[in-house]
Design a protein around this ligand. Structure first.
Ligand SMILES: *Cc1c(COP(=O)(O)O)cnc(C)c1O
Length: 400
């Protein structure tokens, strides 16, 4: 069936991905149509021009992450690849020193799954718990670190709740015990200030499509001094990206990511303040209108664009089906193919029932006040309607 006219959809799923900023697209286009040569080829001028563009992007990304040398930047296909390379690459490189890694329970699947793979290969993995607002338990972290712990891996901001971890404190603990620190900063970079020197991490991952850059490009930042971190590659080939990520580099992507970071840096505080006001307006109108609704996460220290709410007495997939005019997500967005209660919320002590009736609302650069008011009104209206329904049968089916 062909829809007569696409309904306008209010997009509130920016933690899943963002639209490319038009300024980013503009910066990328010449790298696709003009400076398209393979940057690995240094024996002709077009190749050298592409290499030049790639190295400029590398220097920009390093500088805007607070690094000290462009060579600290390895371009990847995104945060999943970066996390895999960081964890597998460091585990392999440090295997002689120990085979114990510490992480925490609310990490993204792209951290938890490589750790599970390492466990199957003989590594010991300790996952530390979080408190009821999703912050890592620093005492538990301290006691989890052993003499044979080579690496700790902690996210900076959680993708479901927006909770920001006390990463610098955690990194200091790890460092005092001689463990390296990896940080999945995919939700933080471009949304809040992220500085590898301030955080004092050794490895940090980010992904451009989470901050208005293109999909398919990310960065693994690797400390090069004090100490110099060496990883084992996980794929092999032409030896691009210092041997850590063989394959023809994605030059348009790298240039787009650098531009997206520049824009985020220049909008900085103003964008964060605007988003926090809108997010608070969205969240408080829903919480005020609906009995039996609660916010999840750290109210004082979370991403400015993210709101995670539990709404008692609704089945979240029924709610989403009745809101075709909104693009919102369940708590466990990345694995929403199978509707299990969010492991992140469960780790925070939220009951299974409430964890499976949770919504994640994540606003972004082009969200307006009208958008959040409309979204709050629609969510309130549909929750109220669904709560009145005697059973859950037949919901939403008449819409198609
Ligand atoms: C989105 C996300 C990832 C994965 O990023 P991709 O670029 O899509 O691979 C990893 N970690 C966190 C916290 C994320 O939000």
């Amino acid at each position: 069936m062909i829809a007569a006219m696409a309904e306008p959809v209010i997009y509130l799923d920016h933690n899943a991905t963002t639209a490319c900023d038009p300024r980013v697209v503009e910066a990328m286009l010449p790298l696709m149509t003009e400076t398209y040569a393979n940057p690995t080829t240094r024996n002709h001028r077009p190749g050298r021009d592409a290499a030049c563009a790639l190295e400029r992007a590398r220097a920009t990304v390093d500088r805007l992450l607070g690094g000290r040398a462009a060579s600290e930047v390895v371009f990847t296909a995104g945060a999943t690849e970066g996390n895999n390379l960081a964890l597998m690459g460091a585990a392999d490189a440090l295997a002689d020193r120990g085979r114990h890694i510490v992480s925490q329970r609310t990490e993204h699947a792209s951290v938890l799954e490589p750790l599970a793979a390492l466990q199957r290969r003989g590594w010991e993995i300790t996952l530390v718990g979080v408190d009821e607002i999703g912050r890592i338990d620093l005492d538990a972290l301290e006691s989890a670190i052993r003499d044979d712990t080579t690496l700790i891996s902690l996210m900076l901001a959680n993708n479901e709740t927006g909770t920001i971890q006390p990463l610098a404190e955690a990194a200091a603990l790890a460092r005092s015990r001689g463990a390296l620190v990896h940080c999945d900063a995919a939700q933080a970079v471009g949304k809040i200030p992220v500085d590898v020197a301030e955080l004092d991490v050794d490895l940090l991952t980010a992904s451009a499509h989470k901050f208005y850059g293109p999909k398919g490009i990310g960065v693994l930042w690797i400390r090069h001094r004090r100490p110099r971190i060496r990883l084992m590659p996980v794929n092999f080939g032409g030896g691009q990206e210092a041997g850590l990520r063989s394959g023809t580099p994605n030059v348009p992507g790298a240039v787009g990511m650098a531009r997206a970071l520049e824009i985020a840096a220049s909008q900085g505080d103003a964008e964060r303040a605007r988003l926090a006001v809108l997010r608070d307006r969205l969240e408080s109108s829903i919480l005020e209108a609906l009995d039996g609704s609660w916010p999840n996460g750290d109210a004082h220290n979370r991403l400015p664009n993210t709101s995670n709410l539990s709404v008692a007495g609704i089945e979240v997939n029924a709610l989403l089906a009745s809101l075709p005019d909104l693009a919102v997500n369940t708590g466990s967005a990345c694995t929403s193919a199978h509707p299990e209660p969010s492991p992140v919320l469960r780790a925070m002590g939220v009951s299974d029932e409430l964890a499976s009736s949770s919504l994640r609302l994540s606003i972004g650069r082009w969200t307006t006040e009208e958008d959040v008011d409309r979204a709050a009104a629609r969510i309130t209206e549909e929750v109220t309607r669904l709560r009145r329904m005697p059973t859950r049968m037949g919901r939403g089916s008449h819409r198609r």
